[in-house]
Design a protein around this ligand. Structure first.
Ligand SMILES: Nc1ncnc2c1ncn2[C@@H]1O[C@H](COP(=O)(O)OP(=O)(O)OP(=O)(O)O)[C@@H](O)[C@H]1O
Ligand SMILES: [Mg+2]
Length: 251
């Protein structure tokens, strides 16, 4: 099985990526061009206490709403600044129309059902909407369907009641990845949820596996898509190099 079969980057490409990193070094000639420091006046813009407090309050607010670290910078303005991919232009237009009637939608209890393939910005747009609502002082809460189930089943009674009240009364509740909490076996669901949690919180995960394309049968596409977006893939080929006791000593 080749790495391309499972949509992975072949090791050659990784190696050249790593090698190219070093090629940014200046040549001997270039080095001499910059050997005298050029004095420049440092420019400091001090952050006022008010600005600092405002920033902290905003960060705190984002944290309290359950928005994962990976998406904490997301707003509609930020999405537009990064550039809306052509494949989701139409969806982005619809999201903007929803934002334009947000007050009315919240008043009437009208939400959205964002459905589609892995990595098509569903979560991103849901969070962008939350941020618009937060600007207007609506209460918002984001939770993945897996965590929602987990909490409902495992929180002690008193805490669960507080949690239930929160999710029942918040103006906007985003339930992310509905359906994936039921997929396949319990352990696969848990592993997927763990990877997702780490991905969302931007934590490094290193995985080793013997699985080739079966990985796609065992785990959902969205998990593979996430893993590939943050991990380099290195393929190991050839015979086992594990030392065998029979090589060291015969019976
Ligand atoms: N303009 C943009 N603003 C924000 N993210 C963008 C933009 N263009 C591309 N992206 C990318 O979109 C990717 C996928 O977004 P997101 O996690 O919202 O997808 P999803 O549809 O929820 O996927 P899944 O079904 O796997 O949960 C992000 O990793 C991000 O890098
Ligand atoms: Mg998502």
């Amino acid at each position: 099985m080749s790495s391309e079969d499972v949509g992975l980057i072949p090791v050659g490409k990784i190696v050249s990526k790593i090698k190219n990193k070093g090629s940014n070094k200046p040549s001997e000639d270039d080095k001499n061009k910059f050997n005298r420091p050029i004095p420049t006046k440092p420019v400091f813009r001090s952050i006022t206490k008010k600005e600092d407090d405002q920033r902290r309050a905003e960060e705190e607010m984002v944290r309290n709403t359950g928005i994962p670290k990976r998406y904490q910078a997301i707003t509609m303005a930020e999405i537009e600044r990064r550039g809306i991919p052509v494949t989701v232009e139409r969806q982005a237009e619809l999201i903007k129309r929803y934002i334009a009637i947000l007050d009315e939608a919240i008043k009437e209890g009208n939400g959205l059902y964002l459905r589609g393939e892995a990595g098509t910005m569903k979560t991103t747009f849901a969070i962008a909407i939350m941020r618009e609502a937060m600007k207007k002082n609506y209460s918002c809460f984001f939770i993945s369907a897996v965590s929602l189930m987990d909490k409902l089943f495992s929180l002690p009674d008193a805490e669960r009641r507080v949690f239930e009240t929160k999710i029942a009364t918040t103006d906007i509740l985003v339930v992310d990845d509905l359906g994936q909490e039921h997929e396949k076996s319990w352990i696969q669901t848990k592993i997927r949820a763990l990877f997702n949690e780490r991905y969302n919180n931007m934590k490094t995960t290193i995985i080793t596996t013997n699985l080739g394309s079966q990985v796609r049968e065992l785990y959902v596409e969205s998990m593979i898509d996430r893993l590939q977006s943050v991990n380099w893939i290195i393929d190991f080929k050839g015979k086992s190099v594990r030392e065998k006791v029979s090589q060291k000593r015969s019976l």
